[in-house]
Design a protein around this ligand. Structure first.
Ligand code: MOS
Length: 786
């Protein structure tokens, strides 16, 4: 990596170039479809002869299956197929760790685990027939907590399975291990002004999307070809996993992604698809499955609970060393947990310049539903510890949390977790702007006195960063029709984020047309080019670069025809308003004519092709060991958030009174879309901060699997979230964009906890900050006066 790259990148567009479409506040290209109800979601798919599928699930967290008898269910009138483990190829699968079975033969390892599946003429019949399935269990010992899973003699959930990253632990329930080590922590700890060590805990939480998982499959009885309509973030990953699980070639499978009513990470991998396919194969009819909300809670793939231990050394107001460990409670399967733990080991650095580091990320198995991806996996949970701890370091150093952060935040040239040189770092810029806008220094210098003495107000800061998971590639095609309209063919999926609108805007920008002139074709794996899916904040960044390249390719082809038609050199031609112009003249010709001419005799149909593929930024292999799906960070987006709260010391209630979110996103493609992502991310973060937690009793049974007892934030608890978009620290996305999808969920919990601390002097180290936890922390700790 050359030295010049350590400076904030500039792009060709930075100075005077004006954009036509990029940067405009545009509504979603598919907004009309959605508000009118005509968009087809996973739950809307229907066929005349369709069957309804249901899953029979384990009623034990950990047990041997002594007997399974499905004969009565098979013979139940209206039941058309029952599938059990013996219907599937014997495949043990998993992304990082091979520990998953589609259906178990002899043992269940979490409450709600699928045991078999049935398809019937109606949903009512399917539900009734479930009661006809007979199963006998023999109980096995449960491992339900992180503490139990870490014990040397913890009974292994997956005997014989090879963990990821060679964990140096005796417990066989340690599923993965990642370690970062750089510099000399021992020396730094010895010579510091002070050392502070703390522990933090975060709960298991559900993605809470509106649309539950929904899939329909149809298997052609003659050819065996499999067609699947499913609400997914990544049709190609579903296709490839399905091919692996069914032991058939990928070309035997066609995935159509439907409109998707929210996903947030949960709809990346296969879930219902194998069951629907096998039931369809067996019954000869299309089969649809839709999870109930209760099934979503007990048996889907939530954010795991995480325990964070963190210890830092400070000298002269600078963090000089950090040690830490994040332990991820990954539940029954390890793969997503391993990714969480990998990222968590890095995130213990936070967005700070820390020269000496030794951190670990570990995932442990428990008899709970398996963890899955959820917006900012590994980062968000760890950041609650890191950013709360940062405030405690500031208190101990006698410096304000704002100035302490400004002293320590990353900048261009800072060394990242594994030795990469950070570039385009706008976090200080974002924090300064946020602090100024909210009046941070004024607030602290004349602390507002609330009228009632039991109400106190405080401000809390938290910063954060999220890279895009850039290793996944994207392709794109741009096709022009004879009326001059543009068809963008992309493998990207829009799960409700609006990101695909940004892709259409990029195509419109490059070709000199309006957004309404671009139609998007996506989601059919037979037709669209490969795409790594809507994950890792990558759609605008990765798919956007592919679209940019495809549009430039199409533009190039247009220029060639235009130079023939206009009888002038290509360099003199400009494309704008759907026409090719001879620069500086009134002479022009419409795209429609150019496309017609190309198809007739000048170069052939206009079809642009583009792709994006990029390796990880250079890092030092000596600084990291164990499992590293992500070894360094692609173009992180940085955030600086400030929360204002009012805490009631009698009830322990926290009310948010103001929330400001500053985001260093490089280049903003669509401010309306970006603000939606900021406000949506913060809202989910507020739920995580104040109310959300999935609970289990001491026997491992879920106790709040519904939206009555699992408290999502509502309009009553969420103030107007003020977005502050900071441009200029450009990334490698189109026009210098960086990702925006995940990063804004990261700071709310610690920002709010820090605001509670600012208001009351009480440090809450366990999420959520529900009244009970706040009151408990008030009882435990004599307030530390800030
Ligand atoms: Mo995400 S949690 O990479 O969809």
């Amino acid at each position: 990596m050359s030295i010049t790259e350590t400076e904030t990148r500039t792009t060709e567009q930075e100075s005077e170039e004006k954009f036509g479409v990029v940067g405009a506040r545009l509504a979603r290209y598919d907004g009309d479809l959605k508000v009118s109800g005509s968009a087809v979601f996973g739950t809307d798919i229907t066929f005349p002869n369709m069957l309804y599928g249901k899953i029979f699930r384990s009623s034990r967290p950990h047990a041997r299956i002594v007997k399974l008898d499905v004969s009565r269910a098979e013979n139940f009138p209206g039941v058309r197929a029952v599938v059990t483990a013996s219907d599937f190829p014997e495949i043990v699968y998993g992304f990082a760790i091979k520990d998953e079975l589609i259906l178990p033969k002899d043992r269940v390892i979490f409450y709600g685990q699928p045991i078999c599946a049935i398809a019937a003429d109606t949903l009512e019949i399917a539900e009734k027939a479930l009661a006809e399935i007979e199963v006998e269990y023999e109980p096995l010992p449960n491992v339900l907590t992180v503490e139990d899973a870490l014990k040397d003699d913890s009974p292994p959930l997956h005997p014989g399975v090879v963990p990821a990253g060679s964990p140096p632990y005796r417990s066989k329930n340690v599923a993965s291990y990642t370690k970062v080590r750089r510099g000399n922590i021992e020396k730094a700890f010895r010579t510091a002004d002070f050392v502070l060590e703390e522990r933090y805990e975060t709960p298991q939480t559900h993605q809470g999307y509106l649309e539950p998982r929904a899939t329909t499959a149809e298997v052609d009885q003659k050819t065996g070809r499999v067609r699947v309509w499913t609400a997914t973030q990544s049709p190609f990953l579903v296709r490839n996993t399905l091919a692996e699980l069914l032991a058939i070639p990928v070309s035997q499978i066609q995935i159509m992604s439907t409109h998707t009513g929210g996903a947030f990470g949960a709809k990346i991998l296969c879930h219902l698809e194998p069951f629907c396919v096998m039931l369809s194969k067996k019954s000869g009819r299309p089969v649809r499955m839709v999870l109930t909300r209760a099934e979503e809670f007990i048996a889907a793939t939530p954010r795991p609970a995480v325990h964070v231990w963190i210890k830092s050394a400070v000298k002269d107001g600078k963090i000089v060393a950090r040690q830490g460990r994040s332990v991820v409670d990954c539940g029954a399967y390890g793969s997503d947990g391993a990714v969480y733990a990998n990222i968590a080991a890095f995130t213990l650095q936070g967005p700070y310049d820390i020269p000496n580091m030794e951190t670990e990320g570990i995932a442990v198995y428990t008899n709970k539903q398996p963890a899955g991806a959820y917006r900012a996996p590994g980062t968000m949970e760890t950041a609650f510890g890191v950013e709360s701890h940062t405030d405690m370091l500031a208190v101990k150093a006698g410096i304000s949390p704002l100035d302490f952060r400004l002293n320590n935040l990353m900048e261009d040239g800072t060394v990242g977790p594994t030795g990469q040189i950070m570039v385009s770092v706008g976090v200080k810029d974002a924090l300064r702007k946020a602090a100024e806008k909210i009046g941070y220094r004024e607030f602290r210098s004349r602390r507002r006195q609330a009228k009632d003495s039991h109400l106190s107000r405080g401000l809390g800061i938290a910063c954060g960063l999220i890279p895009t998971v850039g290793i996944h590639a994207s392709g794109a095609y741009i096709k022009l029709n004879e009326d001059g309209k543009i068809i963008l063919i992309s493998g990207a999926s829009d799960t409700g984020t609006g990101a695909v609108t940004g892709l259409a805007m990029i195509a419109a920008e490059e070709l000199g047309v309006g957004l309404k002139d671009v139609m998007v074709q996506s989601g059919d794996t037979d037709v669209v080019p490969w795409d790594g899916g809507a994950q890792g904040s990558r759609t605008t960044y990765g798919a956007g670069n592919a679209v940019l390249m495809a549009a430039r390719d199409a533009r190039n082809q247009l220029l060639t025809v235009a130079s023939i038609v206009l009888k002038t050199d290509r360099s003199k031609i400009e494309l704008r308003d759907g026409r090719a112009w001879i620069a500086g003249t009134n002479e022009s010709t419409p795209f429609s004519g150019l496309v017609g001419r190309a198809q007739y005799n000048a170069g052939g149909p206009i079809l642009g092709r583009g792709y994006f593929a990029k390796d990880f930024p250079e890092y030092n292999k000596d600084f990291v060991e164990g499992y590293t799906f992500v070894p360094s960070l692609h173009d992180p987006t940085f955030v600086a958030h400030i929360a204002e709260v009012e805490v009631n010391s009698l009830t322990g209630e926290t009310r948010l009174t103001r929330y400001l979110a500053a985001v260093d996103l490089g280049r903003c493609i669509n401010p309306l879309g970006a603000e939606g992502q900021i406000q949506g991310g913060v809202t989910q973060g507020i739920g995580y901060a104040l109310t959300e937690e999935m609970l289990h009793d001491e026997n491992g049974f879920p106790t709040n699997p519904n939206f009555t007892d699992y408290k999502l934030p509502t309009i009553m608890g969420v103030p107007l979230i003020e977005p502050l978009i900071v441009e200029g620290h450009y990334g490698n996305g189109p026009y210098g964009a960086k990702g925006i999808g995940e990063v804004n969920i990261v700071p709310p919990a610690p920002a709010i906890a820090n605001a509670v601390f600012d208001a009351t002097g009480v440090r809450v180290r366990k999420l959520p900050l529900k009244p009970e936890n706040v009151l408990e922390a008030m009882d435990e700790s004599a307030p530390i006066v800030p």
